[in-house]
Every structure is written in structure tokens, then in C-alpha cells.
Design a protein around this ligand. Sequence first.
Ligand code: GUN
Length: 289
Amino acid sequence: MIILDGKKTSNDIKTEIAESVKDIVAKGLRPPHLAAVIVGDDGASLTYVGSKVRACKRVGFESTLIKLPESISENELLNKVNELNKDENIDGYIVQLPLPKHIDSQKILMAVDANKDVDGFHPTNFGKMSLNLPTFISATPFGIMELLKRYKVETSGKHTVVIGRSDIVGRPISILMSQKSDPGNSTVTLAHSRTKNIKELTRQADIIISALGVPNFLKEDMVKDGAVIIDVGITRVVDSSVKGYKIVGDVDYENVSKKSSFITPVPGGVGPMTIAMLLKNTLLAYKGY
Ligand code: GUN
């Protein structure tokens, strides 16, 4: 069994990005600049955005954190988005999700300039991704593809079962894994909450990508020997630690890892990769892809 080490791989990617930034600055140019918008004070979202901003510093990017109150109106947020679209010093930005209920997230994401949409959430970028055209690929699926690539995991002709059909992970990764590309060229089954025979499907899978958010959902008896396991779950579970919680994946790691050929741990697998790929997208926004 080989651990797909997202912590190490993301550090390698950050080092590569930092080298590119050094070259840019040595030419007398300004470094890339990422902005992050956060609305409200949800603890998990603040933690994620904080990590994204810290990662910018580490690679030499400029970063701007825009904290807006929970009470902000949809129109006020749209104005902020338009401001960021026009700001020539900002190469890319993200609007952290989820947004408060009174704001239509789709409307906000549609208003983001597709050329600055380093999250890859805009329909233009999602469409380009689906057509295998150069674009921003959302950080989590991009991170999974990069891990498979760097560890030379064979995906061609394999049966990949994706669990979960979210716009951010399940659906895009199912498209990427089926594409005529390397990694890719997989035969993909996309399972979701209405799927009846999930265990029958996962037992046939060469590669399982679980993006469900249900702790310890994927058990040993659902996995065949030698399977590749990608765990995208990051659920906060209350415990007695100083922090008051721990992060738990979708996979019963202790038992499933014994049967797998490759597996991502939680934490330290897909999670750190997402931040590295957001930085990569920001560099692409700066340089052009
Ligand atoms: N919320 C959870 N994941 C993400 C992400 O990748 N981008 C944004 N903007 N919000 C998120």
C-alpha cells in the first residue's frame, strides 16, 4: 500500500510556484495577487480562507482578504464582485462558499469575471473543463488529478466509481476521469444519494473517489483488493482535544488501507492539494493559460 501524500506533494507544488514567483519578481514585475471574499463568520470557512491567504505568503503572492458581514445584501456583494473584476492589480479571486441563505450563490458566481475565476466555478470555465479546453479546473478535482499524475497511478481503462455528485467535486472529477487524457481514460460510474446498489458498484471499482461527507462511510467489505482510494471527505467531528474537533474522512482508513494499492489519508491527502492547486490557478490567471 502506498500513501498518496498530499501534504508532501502540495509542498513540492508550492516550492515550484515560489520558484516561478522569484523569476517573475527578478524581472521587475509585480507578483501574482489572489483575493478571497468571505461573508459571515462560519468557523470552518474562516479556517479554510485563512489557510489560503497564508499559502499565498509562503509562495510570494500578494493576497487580500475581504471580510464582509453576514447581513450584506446580494446587491452589495455583487458590487464588490464588480469592483474585483475591474481591479487590475488582482489576478484572481474566490468567493468562499457557502454564502448566507439570503444570497443567491449562483448569481454571485456568474458575476465573477471568468478570467479571474480561479475556483473554476463559472459556467464558462466548467464548460471549457468539460470540453477538455485549457481553463481553471476547480481546486479539489485538480488536486486529485495532480496526485494521480505525480504518483503515476494507472487510470486508463480502469473502472472509477465516484461517490457524490456535487458541483465542486463529484461531477467535475467524474468528467475529468472519463476524459481522453492522462490521468483519465477511465470508465466512470457516478453514484449518489439515490443510487440503490452502491456496495455492488464500489466492489467492482479499481478506483474509488468518495466525496460524500459521511464519516467512515466506505468500509472494508465495500472495496476490492488492490483498489485505489481517494478520500475527499473532511467532516469536523467533536472530540476532547484542545481544538474541540478532529477532521474525519469518508473512508474507514484503518481497515480499507490494508486492502488498497494507493490511498489518501485524512488529514494530509486531498485537503492540502486543494490549496496548492488554487495557487497554481492564480499563477495561470497571472501568466495566462
Ligand atoms: N467551500 C468549500 N470548498 C470551496 C472552494 O473550493 N472554493 C470556495 N470558494 N468555497 C469553498
